[in-house]
Design a protein around this ligand. Structure first.
Ligand code: F0G
Length: 460
């Protein structure tokens, strides 16, 4: 007899230590958000009930990660914790050089300092904002070459993170000498948490080979991407995720990583590569700002937490639950008629605020209006990804971003299904009265990255 198949996909863990949530009233939340200048980054996190601002560093560590922390060895050089970290990284990503950093953007800063500069151009499917900023800070140009389907919120293409190979080839034909590396971000965060197919990664490798240009991965959500490959790509359904990850790593010449995402740590990252000479330059930069090459920007205990987290990140039961629970939220909102980016990505659900609030023009920030309303109604903190974040141009003018979205990012292993059911109820009820939500105007903003600190006022 075979065991019966049950439909419900459960959390493959039980809870061992809990953190209290502070239940607030709508009046308290309205006071808090007004005091914060209607900017959700300005809130005290204690005033937030369900925090979906980011999946970065906000996951719950396991019993085994906390235990690993007790093994943290804080030797300045050659700590055993470093060797455990190195082995865990190289099991998945067998690059000869691994350079630990305090988080992803530190790896980016070091790499682009070494390979960027005026006149250079870095293609990517879509640069994450810190990646773009670190490229541009060196004077280089950051170009996004995701397939056209990746820019259409309602398009159900299974691999909307794929690189447009024709566009990549055209860029390289014109400017090979200016391209120090091609990047692929897995999954494509700025494009909706959408995966890149193995076939597309092989295609990018072929193009890079033809032009003799190295390929780097921004691999923060590599395990979620591998799970999508296993579940959506023809011929991949029987493979072990570890195997898929190794194949992806084998296609690349190097990678940047934020250990705050799939590796299930609260802090950390690394830069890895094959090229000996480049690694030496990067290590010299590392020593200037991060630390000695066997700890980078991290304590020994952080290295231990990451090493253990990496073994948990590729567990099939965990990934099945992880991807399913994100889809559960997205599908429920879709069924309730709330416009969302489709298909549902790995780490977040993106609400299409421009479609939901057609009475609020982009320059009155429909994403901000929706994000504030979700907080006031139910204490849910999402993140505007739209005209507030991208609307201010370097020349000082303002124009609508390509989309006005609100990202509900799901911290790993942190919230239960009833938390998510509550989110569904709150979003659905706010959506039902979307026509009443006011737009906003900015009353104070810094010259760059204004979404973090700008202050707003409701219109009317
Ligand atoms: N690359 C991608 C694709 C990211 O999503 C992030 C961070 C980074 C690089 C930078 O890593 O934060 O460790 O320096 N994304 C977070 C987010 C902040 O909310 O999506 P970091």
């Amino acid at each position: 007899m075979t065991a019966p198949e049950f439909r419900t996909i459960i959390e493959p863990f039980r809870i061992h230590s809990v953190e209290p949530l502070r239940i607030t009233t709508q009046a308290e939340r309205e006071t808090a958000i007004r005091a914060a200048g209607y900017n959700l980054f300005n809130l005290h996190a204690d005033d937030v009930l369900i925090d979906l601002l980011t999946d970065s560093g906000t996951g719950a560590m396991s019993r085994d990660q906390w235990a690993a922390i007790q093994h943290g060895d804080e030797s300045y050089a050659g700590s055993p914790s470093w060797f455990r970290f190195l082995e865990a990284v190289q099991t998945l990503f067998p690059f000869p050089h691994v350079i630990p950093t305090h988080q992803g953007r530190a790896a980016e800063k070091i790499l682009f300092t070494a390979i960027g500069g005026a006149g250079k151009v870095i293609p990517n499917n879509t640069h994450f904002d810190t990646t773009r900023a670190n490229v541009e800070f060196t004077g280089a140009e950051a170009v996004d070459l995701v397939i056209p389907e990746g820019r259409e919120p309602a398009n159900e293409h299974p691999f909307k993170g794929n690189m447009d190979l024709g566009a990549l080839e055209a860029l390289l034909t014109e400017r090979t000498a200016d391209v120090p590396a091609v990047f692929v971000t897995i999954t494509n965060n700025s494009g909706g948490g959408q995966p890149v197919s193995l076939e597309n990664l092989h295609g990018v490798r072929d193009v890079c080979d033809r032009f003799a240009v190295p390929l780097f991965l921004d691999a923060c959500r590599f395990a979620e991407n591998a799970w999508f490959i296993r579940s959506r790509e023809t011929g991949q359904g029987d493979r072990d995720v570890i195997d898929i990850v190794r194949e992806i790593a084998g296609l690349a010449d190097g990678m940047t990583m934020s250990a705050k995402k799939d590796p299930l740590a609260n802090i950390g990252g690394w830069l890895a590569m094959r090229d000996d000479a480049l690694a030496e330059r990067c290590r010299n930069l590392l020593i200037l700002t991060e630390g000695f090459p066997t700890y980078g920007g991290l304590a020994g205990r952080d290295l231990e937490a990451i090493a253990q987290g990496l073994t948990e990140a590729v567990n099939h039961d965990y990934l099945r639950y992880r991807i399913r629970s994100t889809a559960y939220l997205g599908e429920a909102l879709d069924a309730a008629g709330v416009p969302v980016v489709k298909p549902i990505g790995g780490h977040a659900v993106y609400l299409d605020a421009r479609a939901l609030l057609p009475h609020v023009p982009p320059l009155s920030y429909p994403g901000q209006a929706l994000a504030v309303a979700l907080f006031e109604a139910g204490g849910i903190r999402g993140c505007e990804i739209g005209t507030v974040m991208f609307g201010r141009r370097p020349d000082g003018t303002e124009s609508p971003a390509a989309m006005d979205l609100v990202r509900l990012a799901i911290p790993r292993r942190t919230y239960t299904q009833s938390h998510v059911d509550f989110v569904i109820e709150v979003v659905t009820s706010v959506a039902a009265r979307a026509a009443e939500l006011p737009g906003y105007r900015i009353v104070d903003e810094p010259p760059a990255l204004r979404h973090f600190t700008a202050r707003f006022e409701p219109l009317g």
